[in-house]
Design a protein around this ligand. Structure first.
Ligand SMILES: NC(=O)c1ccc[n+]([C@@H]2O[C@H](COP(=O)([O-])OP(=O)(O)OC[C@H]3O[C@@H](n4cnc5c(N)ncnc54)[C@H](O)[C@@H]3O)[C@@H](O)[C@H]2O)c1
Ligand SMILES: C[N+](C)(C)CCCC=O
Length: 502
């Protein structure tokens, strides 16, 4: 089935007819489909397709395919693996627009952002292609000419389970390091956004990967459970919510399987009075409104030093009101649709709750109905800035995962740090200041895995990304991720006689 079968021209015109499961190098139509689930186009509310969910038969087939590909792939040299990954990256570059458009249709984010996500996916694969050829062990000299060496060996069949906010990017961020290290993968996208991960599977196959190297099984919780419990799966890398992450860890503990958990956040952004106002405002917008606010690392608790608060609020509200909402496939659109109707309702409910708890809605927080009639059934809202927030409010404590910025004020650095760290989550944090000493002092004390100084939400693939506390375990991207997709073997070599005690 050609990728072009999915090509779209504008919102409201796409029907996905091709199968979305993929193993043994091809799209798979399930024989006796017992369960399907509708998949929606967030921009219009139309049904895009009925998703065929995988049960144990299909999960077994996909894992088996991955096992057999693993035999060949794990024996290849890093350079050989790199060659295929570079080719995959090249195909992604050529198909950038196709992939980005379909991502928009299934996820609702703007085409501008979708293109950036596709670029991040490609760069990640290019980066780990480079890493593949550098994988090496150590040589350790021992007495009498004896020595030991270490080997970095792959784990086997790895499972990736993705969230719906960055469907294509998550599939690449998980598969690139896994494959570079010699593993194979079975990936389960979110059933809300199942359409683009399978394009990545086709691309790897086209680039020359052995059949079964990267497979897609579609489904929700049940399919995920089957994968986590599967005896032939060595590791699970999960991106999603904290409650699901806990379940994944529990299931993996039964087989003592390794886990990587990329979970939720409620990250703080500290803006000191000596900051450059323009950059601080731009940073706060980037920290809250990318992907309709549906970003794990978002800095949704914006602490502003009291002296700067009035001018910050004035500017941040002005710029938030200017955000162009609408058809996510239009170049001018900066904010598209939220991912689903229930999610939109949940986010609007948080705004209502904030109002009841005493926060001031400075702008937005309302359902938005575009003028274009075909978009009337879409899941839009106006981006929201909440003022007069306090630490005990629900909007400040819970991950909303929508375009809602909570602004709080503070007096001193010490107080800001205490309040910023007062969360069970620790994915990211940011600080804006022109005082270089303060910047590093504050970052040293912030309990978060990814910290930004004078910027926010940039994730170059060569830099590790991941959380402290309940935001996760392990890292994605960067050199360190090799450790999460390999195991170390130590080999002792005796060059003399055995010095036996017996
Ligand atoms: N830290 C990160 O890198 C990162 C990135 C993106 C999203 N997230 C987080 O993801 C959440 C939003 O995504 P979501 O709503 O898709 O999360 P979710 O936890 O509901 O679902 C994530 C994935 O897990 C699957 N799943 C659900 N129950 C399962 C089970 N029992 N066993 C196995 N798999 C199961 C889902 O089908 C989906 O594929 C937010 O909390 C967000 O912060 C984190
Ligand atoms: C690329 N972003 C915007 C930093 C998103 C990282 C993945 C988290 O949801």
């Amino acid at each position: 089935m050609r990728l072009a079968a999915l090509r779209c021209a504008s919102s409201g015109t796409v029907d996905v007819k091709v199968p979305l499961n993929f193993w043994c190098g091809d799209r798979v139509k399930i024989k006796d489909v017992s369960t399907t689930e509708p998949v929606y186009e967030p921009a219009t509310g139309r049904v895009l397709c009925e998703l065929e969910l995988c049960g144990s038969v299909e999960v077994n087939q996909a894992v088996q395919a991955a096992q057999s590909a693993y035999q060949a792939w794990s024996r290849m040299s890093g350079m050989e693996r790199a060659h295929i990954m570079i080719e995959a990256a090249r195909i992604i570059e050529n198909r950038r627009e196709d992939i980005a458009e379909i991502e928009v249709v299934n996820n609702g984010k703007s085409i501008t952002e979708a293109r950036m996500d596709v670029d991040s996916a490609r760069l990640c694969i290019e980066y780990y292609a480079g890493v593949a050829s550098t994988l090496a062990g150590q040589h350790i000299q021992l007495p009498g000419g004896s020595f030991a060496y270490t080997r970095r060996e792959p784990l086997g069949v790895c499972v990736g389970i993705g969230a719906w906010n960055y469907p294509f990017q998550i599939a690449a961020w998980k598969s690139a390091p896994a494959l570079a290290c010699g593993n194979s993968m079975v990936f389960k996208p979110s059933p809300v956004t199942p359409v683009t991960a399978v394009m990545l599977a086709e691309i790897y196959a086209k680039a020359g990967a052995p059949e079964g190297l990267f497979n897609i099984v579609q489904g929700g919780q049940e399919t995920g459970n089957l994968l986590c419990h599967h005896p032939d799966v060595a590791k699970v890398s999960f991106t999603g919510s904290v409650p699901t992450g806990k379940k994944i860890m529990e299931m993996c503990s039964k087989g003592v399987k390794q886990v990587t958990l990329e979970l939720g956040g409620k990250s703080p952004l500290l803006i000191f009075e000596d900051s450059d106002l323009g950059n601080a405002v731009k940073g706060a917008l980037m920290a809250n409104f990318l992907s309709q606010g549906q970003v794990c690392s978002n800095g949704t608790r914006v602490f502003v030093q009291r002296q700067m608060l009035p001018e910050f609020l004035e500017e941040v509200v002005r710029r938030t009101k200017d955000i162009e909402i609408g058809d996510p496939l239009l170049e001018s659109t900066r904010m598209g649709a939220l991912v689903s109707r229930p999610h939109l309702d949940r986010v609007l409910g948080y705004v209502e709750q904030a109002r009841k708890e005493g926060a001031k809605v400075l702008c937005g927080g309302e359902p938005f109905v575009p003028l274009d009639p075909k978009l009337r059934g879409g899941y839009y809202m106006t981006p929201c800035v909440l003022g007069d927030c306090t630490d005990d409010m629900t909007c400040v404590k819970e991950e909303i995962f929508g375009p809602v910025m909570s602004v709080l004020s503070f007096e001193t650095e010490e107080e800001a740090l205490l309040r910023a760290n007062n969360s069970a989550l620790g994915l990211a944090a940011g600080v804006f200041t022109s005082d270089v000493k303060r910047a590093h002092r504050v970052v040293e004390h912030l309990k978060a895995g990814s910290c930004f100084i004078n910027n926010y939400n940039i994730t170059p693939v060569e830099v590790p990304f991941g959380g402290f506390k309940m935001s996760g375990i392990g890292r994605e991207n960067g050199q360190v991720t090799v450790e999460h997709y390999t195991q170390m073997k130590t080999v002792f070599v005796e060059m003399g006689d055995v010095d036996s005690l017996f």
